[in-house]
Ligand binder design. Sequence first.
Ligand SMILES: [Zn+2]
Length: 147
Amino acid sequence: MQSENMNQPDHQENSQPWEDCPQGEVGRLVGSLRQKKRQRRAIQGAAFVGIAMMLLAVGFTLSQFLLQSSDPLLQGKGHQYAGICCEKVQSYGKEYMADTVDTKIAHKIEGHLEECQQCQSKFEIMQQELLNTTAQFFSFDQYALLQ
Ligand SMILES: [Zn+2]
């Protein structure tokens, strides 16, 4: 008597989750599995993008290195900043200020000047000299426009 009463609910408890699994439950389970799959795919995607970026970065650095070693702009005295050395920066100084230098080189010179104190001060002196000589040829109004 006692054992029968005890066994019945036990049996029901064990079998219930398997027999009447509610639809929503299955849907939720499938949904969470799909989500996990999606997460895994997202992680794989991120890893792939990371590797691709790394390869690109390595390739870019290598190509930069190869370009730099054969760049005539770097064959000279002084520091090398932004792909151009001090000697070239200073040799281009007057052209750069007259705006007659190639835009690619002008960009390099600007990049170099940001890093190189030595060239910065030389350019300041050059600019001052240029302004002084320019001032002698223009009236005050025209000189103000140039600045
Ligand atoms: Zn310099």
